[in-house]
Ligand binder design. Sequence first.
Ligand code: NDP
Length: 316
Amino acid sequence: MNKPERIKCLIIGSGPAGYTAAIYAARADMKPVLYQGMQPGGQLTTTNEVENFPGYPNGITGPEMMTELETQAKRFDADIRFGFITKVDLTGAIHKCWTDDGHEIHSDTIIISTGASAKYLGLPSEQKYLELGGGVSACAVCDGFFYRGQEVIIVGAGDSACEEAHYLAKLCTKVTMLVRKSEFRASKIMASRVKNTPNIEILFNTETDEVLGDGVGVTGVRVKNTLSGEKFEIPCKGFFVAIGHKPNTDIFSNFINLDETGYIKYEQPGTTKTNVPGVFVAGDAADKTYRQAVTAAGTGCMAALDAERYLAALEH
Ligand code: NDP
């Protein structure tokens, strides 16, 4: 068996949080090793155009932005590796991790930046247009702008769906909201905001049967009334799914304090510390509120600075 690799800083995940942490940690000479995870580049690689990240006045595609962040981290000799962490043991002072190919790493500090994954309905037609970049999205703030002046549909009944529907209503001529039960799950205030927006139509007891398209983009949705069984079609250009996110935190759950929905809890507000000394968290794995590339990058920076201070205290 190979000897475990001994390092100072392991970064798990490669979205804006992970790469930003890598840039800062590498420039602080912490010689970080970053494992990119299952989806190198993270959620942004499924977004078309990023127009709200400061510093890109003409916008940039999600995949391009992630390639640039990776290049920037490599410029300072961050060790960026393809692969993912499958197991951790955070019981000792030295944190142990194992990769998908069985490699064992011992690290003084860990920055968790594993992100969250948007949930989708899972219909083949939805996945087809999601992969084509043709009108399916799980992020109104990212993609709503592309549908301004057009009609869109949004699925979901929680606070996210209400917030996103309200956001879309400012840009689009009409937003149709598909709610599978007879009531919202969202808080009263969010639900009433949606109900009081004239260009949002709410269809209760309504499920998505099929996303319709012309082979290039979405042209509408066939829906089904769950009470009557009646099916009908609604034309639209954009199909938004807002049925929740799942933070990618399962492998840490035996060691790190999570909230009831699986998000990592910050041990000390205003820092990126978790309950395990030397383990820090950045980005969407601990953020169910903002979920933006720029906020993830911000906490990535904070995590690297927190890890640097932790290492400095160990060494003195
Ligand atoms: P939630 O888990 O609260 O809601 C998910 C919604 O999606 C539910 O209404 C659920 O329906 C619906 N849903 C799930 N699966 C399907 C499906 N297959 N088809 C149709 N509908 C489906 O997730 P959110 O992302 O909305 O919120 C997560 C957390 O973040 C919550 O605690 C929320 O309060 C918080 N939040 C707060 C905000 C704020 O305060 N500004 C903004 C956004 C989020 P059903 O009700 O039928 O189960």
